[in-house]
Ligand binder design. Structure first.
Ligand SMILES: NC(=O)c1ccc[n+]([C@@H]2O[C@H](COP(=O)([O-])OP(=O)(O)OC[C@H]3O[C@@H](n4cnc5c(N)ncnc54)[C@H](O)[C@@H]3O)[C@@H](O)[C@H]2O)c1
Length: 270
């Protein structure tokens, strides 16, 4: 039996890529059961497959999540931080599993997701690619070995000029991995950009630097700089397909899980 998937944010960059991957059956056993976006996107009312630039899906792009989600197995959400948090309560009521790729949620919005995860299985990750999730483990190990030896850790990320949040969810994942390895608390160590006269760098800070331009899909580098040498652990996404494939694998996995909040590390068994 197939897993029925609703795409929330279906007219967006990620939403269209997800629909293309489902329609082209890049992950076996998934069926598009709904495609939801806001009323003001131009393709509302059209076939979601055709709107995404792939074959006809027989599912229209609509605005009514409540009409499709309760009967579906999984909702995949790539929208905006307030959209995600705003749906948490009703998704918990519907008992539909949830994959969240949306980034930039505030602590209060994350609390809404956590509350929902007590009733439904949720996978949430600032980056759904295999490469980044593996890189987190490498960063953690390198930070563990190097921070105590005096190496400074900085995260540099580059994204397209339409990205709304900064630093990226991925940069924060990598920063958290570095902080965990170094035995630091990221809430205390995070320094976003530097300007004016911040003074000399302190040993325990982790700097984040966000570059925005053109159509960059997503570049991340964790720099560990010591005396006389520098290590750079980097990842470059060349297509959104890597995130979409991660999200679709997460959807197939989460539909079989008990309620709880899971990460891509759980999905990938890393
Ligand atoms: N976790 C990952 O691997 C990963 C990868 C890429 C992007 N992202 C994140 O996913 C999100 C979307 O990225 P994008 O590049 O596709 O953005 P986008 O702006 O191209 O698409 C977002 C879509 O969501 C729609 N939307 C917003 N609020 C909504 C709501 N309440 N209900 C329904 N639809 C709503 C918008 O109209 C838009 O069509 C961002 O937060 C981005 O940072 C995460």
């Amino acid at each position: 039996m197939s897993t029925k998937v609703v795409i929330q944010g279906a007219a967006g960059r990620m939403g269209k890529m997800l629909i293309r991957c489902i329609q082209e059956q890049k992950v076996a056993g998934l069926e598009l059961a709904g495609a939801i976006d806001l009323w003001d996107v131009p393709d509302i009312g059209k076939d979601a497959g055709l709107a995404a630039g792939t074959k006809e899906a027989g599912v229209k792009l609509t605005t009514d999540l409540a009409a499709v989600a309760p009967g579906a197995d999984v909702i995949i959400d790539f929208t905006s931080h307030f959209g995600t948090a705003g749906n948490a309560e009703r998704i918990a009521e519907w008992k539909t599993a949830w994959v969240i790729g949306t980034t930039g949620l505030s602590d209060a919005e994350l609390a809404e997701v956590n509350k929902a995860a007590k009733k439904v299985p949720v996978v949430m990750a600032g980056n759904m690619s295999l490469g980044i999730n593996l890189l987190c483990n490498l960063v953690k190990e390198a930070a563990k070995a190097l921070h105590a030896k005096g190496y400074d850790i900085e995260v540099i990320e580059r994204h397209h000029n339409q990205k709304k949040d900064a630093p990226s969810g991925t940069a924060l994942m990598l920063g958290k991995a570095a902080a965990d390895g170094a035995g630091l608390d990221l809430n205390k160590s995070q320094v976003d950009g530097r300007t004016g006269m911040p003074g000399a760098r302190t040993k325990d800070e982790i700097g984040f630097h966000a570059v925005r331009g053109g159509d960059i899909v997503g570049d991340h580098t964790v720099l560990m700089a010591g005396t006389g040498e520098m290590i750079e652990l980097s990842h470059r996404a060349t297509s959104r397909e890597t995130f979409a494939m991660g999200a679709l694998n997460a959807a197939a996995w989460v539909a079989q899980q008990k309620p709880g909040l899971y990460s891509m590390q759980d999905v990938l068994g890393l």
